[in-house]
Design a protein around this ligand. Structure first.
Ligand code: SRM
Ligand code: SF4
Length: 530
């Protein structure tokens, strides 16, 4: 297979630079870049092409790059976590890491001079950051409890790994899939609760029975962008798990060869589906595959509300548990990462898992090891029983590191949610997602309350503010939320959130709690460790 060369006419500037020199070409130049330093580098190589290797120049912190990994299905070993911790500790200036909304890890503060060393460490540890940015397929998400969930339908781990290996040529880099018209997201759900937000991916697989055989119904075209957000639509295809890789390959080739490239705001897969209609799109994919696809099963098996996996949960393996730790807004420092690696080894099987809510799971903890695990100091910080609002808080990077950001997100989100948790009793967790700009990396549209950064005029000054989204639901009845209020200054936000939580989510002022509610409030903490 060779990469498609788009027609030269009406190319946007990204298409032009890709046509001049492919993104993956910088792989061979890394040692040179390390020698000359970031200031001497060609700007297009530095600001754009490096992202093909997962290296992100950060204009907010020039010289300190971000590294975006690939974590298929959000799974890594304690050894890999320790390597990432060492990189943050040794090479990260003011280093830290973030768990992302795609079950992934990003490392911060690394210098280009250290990238060759870091890449050698990745290779030794079986880690890769290849093709994790720009016009490539992002980290492929799968059920975070694959293989350990008692009610699982399909174990997604092997499938996700195979799709990643196909797209990245086993981590070497694959020219066939690195000149897509735009970014591309793939998710594979194996459980009944749609724990991967299937509906917001360009391709999503959801479990479904066809003639008593278990496979997947396929959804396509879901995406968020500053201009438009769409839930994925049914492709009217059912696929046997063994054909998942081939179908992904065929869809990617159709998108690569026919996707719209003139306007980057109109290049995601859904724009092609709009132009062709779903029938033609399906027919083109079948042509690419060389065989007809079975039509979708009448219903899928997503029957549950979404779980957040926080707390202690019995696995399908008798006597073993997975323990979900809440990592506030996904932020990790080197010591946290070393500690997580140690906990996974001492109490579990040396495996760690990440969730799209930016949290960590420790699988395979025997019943007898639960009590000592709960006494570990790290669990004071990464709780198994966080308060209801903080529990479901998600935030994108914001202006600390992201130059698209219109506001600061993570610190503000955490400070505000802690005040709200202290002042309110919430009977159930409320999903509150912050995102620093309309790109929607923090997925405000899948939240009960979504907050999207914007600029607002207040008292004659421009200040940081948010647009408020409501109505986003996840799991069985997943549905995107919509904008309900615009242009609220962040300084004025807390009372508005408080009212929303009281009116729409049954929250009560702690000061006004009746004795019955007070009892419920204390019971809630106990229940959350089921
Ligand atoms: Fe995102 C661009 C961070 C998930 C939609 N996203 C960016 C950049 C790379 C912009 C930049 O260069 O600064 C951000 C890097 C900031 C930084 O330093 O961390 C960034 N996106 C993130 C992460 C880290 C947010 C987080 O805190 O978790 C997530 C990384 C996921 C990963 O591991 O790969 C992240 N981004 C998402 C999601 C959510 C998802 O995939 O479920 C979306 C919406 C879904 C989608 O893409 O359809 C998302 N990011 C975007 C967009 C808008 C895409 C579009 O079609 O217009 C951009 C801007 C772009 O691509 O031009 C963007
Ligand atoms: Fe940056 Fe905007 Fe994405 Fe937040 S939503 S990480 S501010 S691009």
């Amino acid at each position: 297979m060779t990469s498609a060369v788009p027609a030269a006419a009406s190319l946007n500037k990204f298409e032009k630079f890709k046509a001049e020199k492919g993104g993956l070409a910088v792989k061979a130049e890394i040692e040179d870049f390390a020698r000359i330093g970031w200031e001497a580098m060609d700007e297009t190589d530095r600001d754009h092409r490096l992202k093909w290797l997962g290296i992100f120049f950060r204009p907010v912190t020039p010289g300190k790059f971000m590294l975006r990994m690939r974590m298929p299905n959000g799974i890594l070993t304690s050894g890999q976590m320790r390597v990432l911790a060492e990189i943050v500790q040794r090479y990260g200036e003011d280093g830290s890491a973030d768990i992302t909304t795609r079950q992934n890890i990003q490392l911060r503060g690394v210098r280009i001079e250290d990238i060759p060393d870091i890449f050698r460490k990745f290779e030794q540890a079986g880690l890769t950051s290849i093709q994790s940015g720009m016009d490539n397929v992002r980290n492929i998400t799968g059920s975070p409890v694959a293989g350990i969930d008692a009610d699982e339908l399909i174990d997604t781990r092997g499938l996700v790994r195979k799709v990643q290996d196909m797209i990245t040529n086993n981590g070497e880099g694959n020219a066939s899939f690195t000149n897509l018209p735009r970014k591309f997201n793939i998710a594979i759900a194996g459980c009944r609760d749609n724990s991967v937000h299937a509906e917001i991916n360009d391709i999503a697989f959801v479990p479904a029975y066809k003639d008593d055989r278990l496979g997947f119904n396929v959804l396509v075209g879901g995406f968020f962008s500053a201009k438009r957000c769409e839930a994925a639509i049914p492709m009217n295809v059912w696929v046997n798990p063994r054909d998942v890789v081939a179908l992904c390959e065929a869809i990617l080739l159709v998108y690569r060869n026919h996707g719209l490239r003139a306007n980057r705001q109109k290049s995601r897969l859904m724009w092609l589906i709009d132009e062709w209609g779903i029938e033609k799109f399906r027919a083109e994919v079948e042509k690419q595959l060389g065989y007809a696809l079975p039509i979708a099963a009448l219903k899928d098996e997503i029957l549950w509300d979404k779980r957040d996996h926080i707390g202690i949960h019995a696995q399908k393996q008798p006597g073993l548990n997975y323990v979900g730790l809440h990592v506030p807004v996904g932020r990790l420092y080197a010591q946290d990462m070393f500690d997580l690696a140690r906990l996974a080894e001492v109490y579990g099987s040396g495996e760690l898992r990440l969730t799209v809510e930016q949290n960590v799971l420790l699988p395979n903890v025997p019943d007898s090891r639960l009590a000592p695990l709960l006494h570990e100091p790290l669990l004071q910080q990464f709780s198994v029983e966080p308060r209801p609002l903080e529990r479901a808080l998600v935030s994108c990077t914001g202006n600390q590191f992201c130059n698209f950001a219109l506001i600061e997100t993570k610190n503000r989100a955490l400070a505000m949610i802690r005040e709200l948790d202290a002042e309110l009793f919430c009977p159930t967790p409320v999903r509150i997602h912050w995102t620093g700009c309309p790109n929607s990396c923090g997925q405000p549209q899948v939240a009960g309350i979504g907050l999207m950064g914007t600029k607002v005029r207040k008292d004659g000054k421009t200040v940081e503010g948010v647009d408020i989204y409501t109505g986003g639901t996840v799991g069985k009845h997943a549905q995107l939320g919509t904008c309900a209020m615009k242009g609220i200054a962040c300084d004025d936000l807390k009372p508005i959130l408080k009212n929303l939580l009281i009116q729409d989510f049954g929250a009560k002022e702690r000061g006004n709690l009746s004795s019955e509610f007070a009892l419920q409030a204390s019971a809630l903490v106990v229940e959350s460790i089921d």
